[in-house]
Each structure stands twice: as C-alpha cells, then as structure tokens.
Design a protein around this ligand. Structure first.
Ligand code: 4IA
Length: 400
C-alpha cells in the first residue's frame, strides 16, 4: 500500500479474487493497517476495514446511501439485474413503511409461537441424522437441512421447489460484487430462479398463515401498497435462507474446532444464542456491503467524492483488534454484541430474531444428543462475492 496525493492509502488487491475469497484474513489485516479508508485501485472504490470506521459508515445513512445499490454497481448509472429491494436498496423515507411492516412481522413477539415447533423440528432432524452413520457432512445434513425445513413453511411457501432458494440467494449475493466468473456462472440459471421466486410472492400463491400472509395483511390496513407487498416477500426469500445456512455452518465449524467451547455449551445450553452471535462475529457470513456517497465526505483527511462507492468489510470490522480482544478466537465467555455481522443502524438485519431462533433451536437439540463433534476431514469453502460459506464440512460425532 502506498500513499498518494488523495491522502488515502492505495491497494492493488482484488478482494473478490479467488485467492482472497478463499482466505480473506491476511488481506483484511493489511486493509485495517493501511488506514481508515483505503482506495481499491482495481474497482475505483474506497474500502473500510476498521470496526469504528465501518460502524460509523453503517449508521450514517444520510451521507452513505443504499438506494444506489449496496453492491459495486451504481443504480443511478447501471440498470439493476432485478427491481431494487424496498428494504435493502432504499433510504428514508421510502424505506420506512416496508421496514416497519417487516419488523413487526418478524419481531420476537410475533415469532414466539414458532419456538416450540422449531424445537420439535430440530429434535426430529437431529434424531434422524444420529440414527445413521456418525460421520456425515454437516453442510447438507444440518446447515442446509434445518433452515430449508422450517423457514419456507414459516413464510408460507406452498410447493416442493424449495431447493431453488439457495441458488437464487447465492447468485444474488454474488451480484453485489464485480461481474466475475462467479456472477457469470450464476447468470445462466438466474432468469429461471428469479421467475420462480417472484411467482412465490403473490398473495394467491402464499399460505393463509405465515410471514407472507402477514405482509399481505399489512396491505389491508393500508400500511403498504399491494405493489409493495410482493417485493417485501421477495426480501424474505432473498435474505432469509443462504444467510442462516452459512451462519449455522459457521457455528458448527467453530464448535467442531473448539472442543472446550462445545463442552461449555453442553454444560450451559443457554449459551446457544451467544454462540450463534459469536460465530457470526468470527465468520461474518455476510462479509461486505457497499454504500454510495450522497455528497463529498471527508474521512481521516481523505475526500470521498459524491456518487462514489465505498466498500465496508463487516468481516474485517468483526476481527479488528482495536475493538476485540483475541479477535480470532471463538470464545463463549466474551460478549459479542456490537458486532456488525448483522449490519448496524436503520438497515440492521430485520430477520435476526428469526435467524437466532433457528440457530438456537438446532444448537440446543444437538447439544442434548452430541457429546463431541470434530472435523473428520478438511472442510471445503464455497466461494461467493459476498458470503463466507462452506461447501462441505465432514464431521464425526459421538453420542451423549
Ligand atoms: C432484500 C444483506 C442481505 C442479508 C440482504 C439481501 C437481500 C435483501 C435484504 C438483505 O432483497 O431485501
């Protein structure tokens, strides 16, 4: 990294290259050490990797807008590949009504009735799995199986094509990055997957109860329009599956590689929720997001001109030693709250209570039946421009 006349350090690294996606940690350390803002020459964007800088940018929606897209593409110049999200890709005042509606639908209070059902589902999934071989791939068998079993039902998706959800989300998260080979590969199925997702969002195709029906009920009260409702349902299907799958993958990997922490959880199962947030801090399943400056913004002596993209490294902020002691440790005795893995500010993950409930019910069911869990072979990464994910995680368990 060198210093130029714009004051900001410059990096020639490509954070979306195969090499850095495989192991982003060395790059993230260079980024944090280079300064508060670093210009990424390859993409002509400014990047932030320190906790305080990322956090400040996340809460500053006035100067760092989302409506121009939260990927590399600038919606004021380039046509988005799908109609923009009314939540993710919107700012106040347009953001407010959809956000309020969805926040109510997904509030801790609204989802309380799901807990006993999901606890039962988790127990059945775990019992069935542990009735078979005690060496298995934790990605398909647990991380994917559980969200795909409970979440589409909670939304009220009818059919049996739920396996479309993961590749749809995978492509969506790739499109927040540059148009590299990951995007090109996903683009082949995108029209088909997109058409399927859109078809699930109409009032007629959704069950009479569930998050989908609850969103549509808000149109009857006049809180949102009938044109907005399907797009808000689409947000659930976009943001609600891959994220929880990879977050559960992260917590399973953390436990499989930290046996003392698994012991700690087993002796106090109330740690399940903390374990989930600590794994999100450590792995940051959503690694990065962009914003766009609404005016010239000065940051640490650097002027970021209006209309420029900034790239916030959530994963780097969540491991910034300026904020976290022993940031690379998975440690259930720390308080991980304040991590930016769910974002921060007005866009902070509206589904986080649902995600926590999914993870906690699954982890609790596992803690009851599994005495030890360890890797039985090298896990393999699944590469995505935005997500930190596992393709495969062979584990060996012993029973309690
Ligand atoms: C949407 C940040 C990520 C979890 C996300 C992805 C899509 C949407 C929202 C959030 O389509 O609204």
């Amino acid at each position: 990294m060198t210093i130029t006349d714009t004051q900001a350090a410059v990096s020639t690294d490509d954070p979306f290259s195969t090499e850095i996606l495989e192991d982003p940690l060395p790059f993230q350390q260079r980024l944090r050490e280079a300064g508060e803002v670093v210009r990424l020459e390859k993409y002509d964007v400014h990047a932030m990797g320190r906790y305080e800088t990322v956090r400040s940018a996340l809460v500053n929606w006035q100067e760092f807008q989302s409506a121009a897209g939260v990927g590399l593409s600038n919606f004021t110049r380039e046509k988005p590949w799908r109609p923009p999200s009314l939540l993710l890709e919107a700012d106040p005042p347009h953001h407010n009504a959809p956000r309020e509606v969805l926040a109510k639908v997904l509030s801790p209070r609204s989802i309380r009735a799901l807990e006993p059902m999901w606890a039962d589902d988790a127990e059945r999934l775990v019992d069935d799995l542990l009735g078979g071989p005690l060496e298995f791939d934790a990605v398909p068998e647990l991380a994917e199986a559980f969200p795909l079993r409970v979440f589409p039902d909670a939304v009220g998706l009818p059919g049996s094509d739920r396996d479309h959800l993961l590749p749809y989300g995978d492509h969506l998260f790739n499109t927040f990055g540059p148009e590299n080979s990951l995007v090109q590969r996903g683009a082949q199925r995108a029209p088909e997957l997109s058409a399927w997702v859109n078809a699930q969002c109409s009032r007629e195709s959704l069950a009479a109860t569930g998050f989908g029906a609850d969103i549509w009920a808000a149109t009857d009260r006049g809180d949102i329009t009938t044109a907005q409702a399907p797009l808000i349902v689409r947000s659930l299907l976009s943001a609600g599956v891959d994220t929880t799958v990879h977050a559960i993958g992260a917590v399973l990997h953390a436990f499989a590689t930290h046996p003392a922490q698994w012991e700690a959880l087993r002796s106090d199962p109330r740690l399940a929720r903390r374990a989930f947030d600590e794994a999100i801090r450590l792995e940051s399943p959503v690694q990065t997001f962009f914003r766009t400056t609404t005016r010239d913004v000065e940051l640490d002596g650097t002027v970021i001109p209006e209309g420029h993209k900034i790239l916030m490294f959530l994963g780097s902020a969540n491991r910034d030693p300026r904020r976290w002691d022993n940031p690379d440790e998975f440690d259930l005795s720390r308080d991980p709250s304040g991590h930016v893995g769910f974002g921060m500010g007005i866009h902070q993950c509206v589904g986080q209570h649902v995600a926590r409930l999914e993870a906690a019910t699954l982890i609790t069911a596992l803690a009851r039946r599994v005495r030890t869990i360890e890797l039985s072979d090298r896990p393999r990464r699944h590469l995505n421009n935005t997500l930190r994910a596992w393709e495969s995680m062979p584990v060996r368990v012993t029973l309690a």
